[in-house]
Design a protein around this ligand. Structure first.
Ligand code: 5GP
Ligand code: MN
Length: 341
């Protein structure tokens, strides 16, 4: 903590990066840090690799964020004069796409604050705590060590990440200290009920119908391994006027059944030019999400079969090629990893 703080103290232009397809914890931890370093009088810029979903656009400071794939030259202009980079909620430059290659060429110090397993060795100082509920929890601890007076903006950002990375405190949320933090965040002005509403109750009617379609028409159940699989082609997404973020949370829903212990969700997407270049020109990217209950890790499966990773009960991966091939790859492998009890 102290080392991290002394790097921040000595910096003037701070670039803050977070992972691709930013979620509530990615946005919360990067923006929480952003508001903190701004309060110290530093120049700061949050840069995300690609767009964040609309349901996070209300977050304090979100309108100041630069999106690297759409605002590359503006982002590069800041990065080139940065004298410190802070990476939040990811632990491997690969998780930020082309921004990662850019970062590795920089000579300024790099800090990492994260809660994923197996950090890559790229940072000059890091806080890596896989037991933590969220990166926001770790940012909170950094700011407490600094005796930071929490502003409403900081509290709102950090609460958002704590809430989203624990499914509104329904998993990964048994560490007692997080409830002490929540009390402090609310005391500092975070409106937990309003934040819940802003994040979870802002979907379009199309998205609500998409959920119905997924569960009624698309969910395949493999009873022996207590596993549910849902996959959606681009054609199906188009039918429901799919917007970024609309798939959020669908993967968790099959777990509402007492008979489902593992849930897998796949969605067909277009590979970016950079991803195509790295994958032999294949245009189709399949994004996969894995969820499980209890002592049934899915991150090893995600890593070994779908070039991904994540947490024991919430992981993700990707596949380059047609959707039926991704489904087949899943079917060929899951029984080796998923438990029958
Ligand atoms: P989601 O299913 O919400 O996209 O991702 C769940 C978690 O899995 C994320 O918080 C992240 O830790 C991890 N994850 C998702 N996609 C990938 C990926 O492509 N690579 C790695 N290493 N981790 C991923
Ligand atoms: Mn996180």
């Amino acid at each position: 903590m102290k080392t991290i703080l002394s790097y921040i103290q000595n910096a003037t232009n701070i670039a803050i990066f977070t992972h691709q397809s930013p979620d509530g914890d990615a946005m919360g931890s990067s923006l929480g840090m952003y508001h903190y370093v701004k309060s110290l009088g530093k120049q700061a810029q949050v840069i995300v690799p690609n767009a964040f979903p609309d349901f996070l656009a209300w977050m304090p400071g979100a309108s100041d964020v630069l999106v690297y794939d759409a605002q590359t030259s503006q982002s590069d202009a800041f990065i080139e004069r940065a004298d410190l980079v802070i990476c939040t909620d990811f632990n491997d430059p690969k998780r930020i796409g082309p921004l990662g290659d850019k970062m590795l060429m920089l000579t300024c110090p790099k800090l990492m604050i994260d809660h994923h397993l197996h950090p890559a060795n790229f940072a000059d100082a890091m806080i890596s705590v896989p037991e933590a509920s969220s990166t926001c929890e770790l940012v909170y601890e950094v700011l407490s060590t600094a005796n930071c007076q929490l502003s409403t903006d900081i509290a709102t950002c950090l609460y958002t990440g704590l809430m989203t990375d624990t499914g509104n405190f329904s998993y990964n949320s048994n560490r007692p200290q997080i409830y002490g933090m929540i009390a402090q965040l609310i005391a500092a002005g975070a409106d937990k009920d309003a934040i819940y509403n802003a994040v979870f109750n802002q979907y379009s009617v199309d998205r609500v119908k998409l959920v119905g379609y997924c569960l009624y028409q698309k969910m395949r159940v493999f009873p022996e391994h207590h596993t549910a699989l849902i996959y959606l082609s681009r054609k199906e997404l188009y039918r429901f006027n799919f917007q970024k973020g609309d798939a959020e949370g669908i993967v968790n829903m099959p777990l509402q059944s007492k008979d489902i212990h593992y849930s897998v969700f796949m969605r067909e997407d277009k590979a970016t030019p950079d991803e195509m270049a790295k994958n032999g020109g294949i245009k189709t990217k399949i994004k996969l999400s894995f969820r499980s209950q209890g002592n049934r890790p899915v991150n090893v499966f995600a890593q070994e079969i779908f070039a991904g990773g994540g947490h024991a009960n919430a992981a993700g991966g990707e596949f380059y090629g047609p959707l039926p091939e991704a489904v087949q790859r899943f079917l060929d492998n899951y029984t080796k990893y998923f438990k029958t009890e």
